[in-house]
Design a protein. Structure first.
Length: 305
């Protein structure tokens, strides 16, 4: 009589071939190591160009400036002076308001433009989308300088609209908002265009066949599916505008000064690197908070197959 040891038998539902083909732990470790090795360039890139520079910036902000000489002794005087100064607080809120306003206007204009292009231009929509982003091929400084000419006291805008436009619109906060809006529109347009292009046309047609009005179709179908693209575009526009210093310097003047210009001055003329670093850290942390709030709206509420 043969005795069968049940402890040596494979579990129910498994075969000898399945057991023999199961990868050993060593093979899994080697595969995991290969995956980490493939991702190593990205980690090195992030460490060298993102984490390390920001760490140095934070470290510099904790040092002390003695009449142009940086003393490597840790202190919070820079942050205390930053938050107690009425000038810095005013510039911070002006910068935040300017960036949010320009990003919001750019998102609205770009979203409407993208909807029109996707729905009404048919096979020519890709060509029109390329035309929208053509200004990105032109130098950033040239585009800003063009707006300086347009908004000048004897510029194109005043010449075309006359007294309907204030002659002192240049070198003001509104000129900065207008120029930053123009700069951000192509980036937001691309993000929204891609999101709308992924939505099958028959979904909106089905909503219309079910009796939904155009507004209800947009609010219940198109917007939930494209809201993520609009949020990403808004985030890109905010990042571009919140830390900008070229536009305020060229078209803003004293009334349009933003924190980016202060950072440039602290690292340049003032030769106060610790204070400039502290302002930079505040700008980065404030931007991250705003981007965190924006990410809550980037989640798509609907799915389609």
């Amino acid at each position: 009589m043969t005795t069968i040891d049940l402890a040596d038998q494979p579990p129910a539902g498994t075969t000898t071939e399945a057991i023999g083909s199961a990868p050993p732990r060593r093979r899994n470790a080697v595969a995991a190591a290969k995956d980490y090795l493939k991702a190593a360039p990205a980690f090195v890139w992030a460490l060298a160009l993102i984490i390390l520079p920001n760490f140095v910036l934070l470290l510099n902000s904790l040092w002390k400036n003695d009449f142009g000489t940086v003393t490597k002794s840790f202190t919070l005087e820079n942050y205390i002076e930053l938050f107690q100064s009425e000038v810095y607080r005013t510039l911070f809120w002006r910068t935040l308001l300017t960036a949010l306003t320009a990003s919001l206007i750019a998102t609205v204009i770009a979203y409407i433009s993208a909807v029109v292009v996707v729905r009404y231009f048919g096979r020519y929509k890709l060509m029109v989308a390329i035309l929208v982003v053509v200004p990105l091929l032109i130098s950033y400084l040239m585009r800003i300088f063009a707006w300086k000419i347009i908004l000048g006291e004897h510029g194109i805008l005043v010449g075309a609209l006359g007294d309907a436009v204030p002659k002192n619109i240049l070198y003001s906060q509104w000129s900065v908002i207008l120029t930053l809006t123009y700069v951000a529109i192509p980036y937001v347009f691309l993000s929204v265009f891609v999101a709308l292009e992924r939505i099958p046309p028959h979904i909106a047609e089905a909503a219309g066949d079910c009796g939904a009005s155009p507004w209800k179709t947009f609010w219940t179908v198109l917007w939930p599916l494209s809201r993520g693209g609009a949020a990403v575009g808004f985030a890109i526009a905010f990042v571009l505008t919140f830390g900008d210093y070229v536009t305020p310097a060229m078209v803003g003047g004293l009334s349009g000064t933003m924190l980016g210009s202060i950072v440039l001055q602290e690292f340049g003329i003032a030769n106060n690197w610790p204070m400039g670093s502290a302002v930079g850290v505040v700008v980065i942390l404030s931007g991250l908070v705003v981007l965190g709030v924006i990410s809550l709206f980037a989640r798509t509420e609907a799915r389609f197959d």
